[in-house]
Ligand binder design. Structure first.
Ligand code: G4P
Length: 528
């Protein structure tokens, strides 16, 4: 096997999807703990706090109880390399989450045992379904009273339309929680308060028939458990690897993230069964992960990650081949070679300079505005990865500056923050307005906050008469020129200099389209 095949086969790249508060952050911490980053225990929350100290806009995040930024964490486990791509939780930041989900090979769904399937999980699941992403499920907070486990599985099956194959099964719940049974190995793992629940630290019985078990959990509980297991066997689906990989069936685990209970069983099963990097579609052909030439796409851009360096980092998912430090790569959209100097990897929460990276890994490329979300890098081949969603803004506001002398700073800030993809920035041809488009209203608050914090500009956002935006496409120069002249009042340039029609009403848009049938009006800026 080639180096690329070997390295690709070791990779497991995934994201956690859940409704806010289900326990994603807590579970992430525990997974990092098993990844050997013991010193990182509490790091995810610690990181939140550290950022809060350096950057004021995190106060906004805290105030709203949301996580605005997302990051990448890499850790080794049992000979595998696990890449966990964090997703922001709040609904207004959905686009970012959707794009992260295009960069993973599988997902882990966390469900609160008391709340069951919640609204945000349903939405995220729809996105996973678009690409048949394989999904594992962790039912969390077993140390609290919750819904009946069989009913919960039924809920997942009917609401989310995916078959459930329980891999672990709870023995009691809340105050009566005694442990879990592993339905594949037959082992019983006891829950004892205060334990750490690594394999070394747990009490494990070989099966429910172990005579010593009865003494530990009591005869009545054991009898109930055996009855229930019989019922579960009849009522649920057996694990089927093919169905899991096709996104039709989800293996289900029960546990308590905060107590680290049931987490290692999940992780063990995950690294053994979750898919390694898969082939990916491009505009012209499918690219296999084990191909020796480097290819990858940018799924996320984050401005000012490090306030001291004011840098913008483009996150690239490697799809094939090998990245090595300092190499040049072909930036397909511009048709130019780019030196990927000082690319970053994301071992746990520290940023490090990448020496090598392989399919499934994510590297961070320093970027001065030339890289956009959706861009493909190769070693020269002109292909573009497809399926990275771009979202049309639905809300528009005009930026108003407190101090008119800061106009340049404002323009720079709006343009740079828009590169992240959550907002879009427009400059009308015929006025000096600066217009911002967003999918959710919260983004205007975030941009205002970050403009102040990161660019020293105080701006507010006020309503503007724009209902919708369309990107203009026209191959014929003369037609385009005529269109431009006739419609100048409604035309703007976006941050990348592309022509956009900002329509005050839907009716106006329709009329404009009817009058210029040879001109294309696209709902999103194309990434291809
Ligand atoms: P999120 O990232 O999905 O939003 O959830 P997060 O991990 O922040 O967890 C949300 C809350 O649920 C936290 O409590 C967390 O401690 C709690 N939690 C997570 N896993 C478990 C579990 O297995 N059992 C129980 N009982 N609680 C759990 P919080 O009060 O909001 O925060 P904190 O003050 O405890 O940190």
């Amino acid at each position: 096997m080639s180096d690329v095949s070997l390295q690709a086969a070791r990779r497991r790249t995934f994201a956690i999807i859940s409704h806010p508060d289900a326990g994603k952050t807590t579970l992430t911490e525990k997974l990092l703990l098993f990844g050997g980053a013991i010193q990182m225990a509490g790091s995810v929350k610690g990181r939140k706090a550290a950022r809060h100290a350096t950057s004021d806009w995190m106060a906004l995040e805290k105030e709203r109880g949301i996580s605005v930024t997302s990051s990448v964490m890499q850790f080794p486990y049992e000979g595998r390399i696990v890449n966990l791509l964090d997703t922001p939780g709040h609904a207004d930041f959905g686009e970012d989450t959707y794009r992260v989900l295009t960069a993973v090979d599988s997902a882990l769904m966390v469900i609160d045992v008391a709340k069951g399937v919640e609204e945000r999980t349903i939405k995220l699941m729809e996105v996973c379904r678009l690409r048949d992403t394989p999904i594992m499920t962790f039912i969390n907070k077993l140390d609290r009273e919750g819904k009946d486990p069989i009913e919960l599985l039924d809920e997942v099956e009917t609401v989310l339309g995916i078959q459930c194959a329980p891999i672990t099964w709870p023995i009691g719940m809340g105050k009566r929680l005694k442990g879990v049974v592993h339905l594949v190995t037959g082992e019983v793992h006891l829950y004892e308060q205060g334990r750490n629940f690594t394999r070394q630290d747990s009490t494990i019985f070989a099966s429910v028939d172990d005579p010593a078990l009865e003494a530990r959990i009591g005869g009545q509980m054991l009898a109930e458990l055996k009855d229930e297991l019989e019922l579960v066997e009849g009522a649920s689906h057996p694990f089927d690897l093919g169905k899991y990989l096709a996104g039709e069936l989800t293996p289900v685990f029960f546990g308590s993230a905060v107590n680290n209970f049931g987490v290692q069983l999940l992780l063990d099963f995950f690294v053994d069964h979750a898919p390694a990097p898969k082939p990916r579609e491009t505009t012209t052909r499918e690219v296999g992960a084990t191909e020796t030439k480097l290819s990858g796409f940018v799924f996320k851009i984050q401005a000012n990650m490090d306030p001291q360096h004011r840098d913008r980092v483009a996150f690239m998912r490697i799809c094939s081949g090998r990245f090595s430090a300092g190499m040049k790569a072909f930036h397909v959209r511009s048709g130019k070679d780019m030196k990927l100097a000082n690319a970053l990897t994301f071992m746990a929460s520290d940023r490090e300079i990448a020496e090598d990276a392989w399919p499934g890994d994510v590297i961070g490329i320093h970027n001065h505005g030339t890289i956009s979300i959706g861009d493909t890098f190769t070693e020269g081949e002109k292909i573009s990865f497809t399926g990275i969603p771009n979202f049309a803004p639905e809300l528009f506001r005009r930026a108003r500056l407190r101090d008119p002398l800061k106009l340049k700073q404002l323009q720079k800030g709006l343009a740079q923050l828009s590169e992240e993809g959550a907002t879009q920035f427009f400059k009308p041809l015929m006025s000096n307005d600066l217009i911002l488009g967003a999918v959710g209203v919260l983004q205007f608050d975030v941009v205002a906050y970050r403009l102040k914090d990161e660019y020293g500009v105080e701006a507010t956002f006020e309503p503007v008469n724009v209902a919708t935006a369309r990107w203009i496409r026209c191959d014929d120069e003369k037609t385009l020129e005529q269109f431009r002249d006739k419609n100048a009042m409604n035309l703007s340039l976006d941050a990348a200099g592309e022509l956009v029609y900002l329509a005050p009403t839907r009716v106006n848009l329709q009329l404009a389209q009817e009058r210029a049938p040879e001109v294309g009006f696209l709902a999103t800026r194309e990434h291809a």
